[in-house]
Design a protein. Structure first.
Lengths: 105, 119
């Protein structure tokens, strides 16, 4: 199985940039997708194919990377962005990272 | 618009079988694939399996022996059945459309149904 590793939490000030990393245990090419999950809600797709913005998602959100190293960025961070962010790979079956909880300083 | 909605019993006894239904509207199951994904309380997301648009299925190898996914295209229903439930199967269960564009991802999700395994 391909394992995706994310840092558990990140604290950022409002208006600043938040950068979340996702490391794959083997190359997934560009088959990485990012989701936002707010407390008590279902996940929401934000980025697909490493860098493509999903429909209706603000341009404050972006993604980059390929192979085994991926980055998800929110710039600038707003109060409504408080959530847990998950990466997901589709290179070999489907697995999710353990999630990064975004907190506001 | 596209909607998915999960339904099923909130409480299941240990060793029993879980049966869930995902009702899909706004898209056809004969041209779209649907997955089940679960999330234990306070934990991360686990992909369970998929029923492809052609009716074929694939399952997470960790639970493959206990899981079955099927569908009724005429009613736009996707079903999950998982047997031999244990307390660690307590989770929120989501269904989601699996879409292939720059790689397979889940672009529409249901709100989820909470299942507790307890006697």
């Amino acid at each position: 199985d391909i394992v995706l590793t994310q840092s558990p939490a990140l604290a950022v000030s409002l208006g600043q940039r938040a950068t979340i990393s996702c490391r794959a245990s083997e190359s997934v090419r560009s088959s990485i997708h990012w989701y936002q999950q707010k407390s008590g809600q279902q996940p929401k797709l934000l980025i697909y194919g490493a860098y493509n913005l999903a429909s209706g998602v603000p341009a404050r959100f972006s993604g980059s990377g390929s192979g085994t190293e991926f980055t998800f960025t929110i710039d600038p961070v707003e109060a409504d962005d408080i959530a847990t962010y998950y990466c997901q790979q589709s290179r070999n079956e489907f697995t999710f990272g353990s999630g990064t909880k975004l907190e506001i300083k | 618009q596209v909607q998915l909605k999960e339904s099923g019993p909130g409480l299941v006894q240990p060793s029993q079988t879980l049966s869930l239904t995902c009702t899909v509207s706004g898209l056809s199951l004969t041209s779209n694939s649907v997955s089940w994904i679960r999330q234990p309380p306070g934990k991360g997301l686990e992909w369970m399996g998929v029923i492809w648009s052609n009716g074929g299925t694939d399952y997470n190898s960790a639970i493959k022996s206990r899981l079955s996914i099927s569908r009724d295209t005429s009613k736009s229903h996707v079903f999950l059945k998982m047997n031999s439930l244990q307390t660690e199967d307590t989770a929120m269960y989501f269904c989601a459309r699996l879409h292939n564009n720059y790689g397979y991802h889940f672009d529409y999700w249901g709100q989820g149904v909470m299942v507790t395994v307890s006697s």
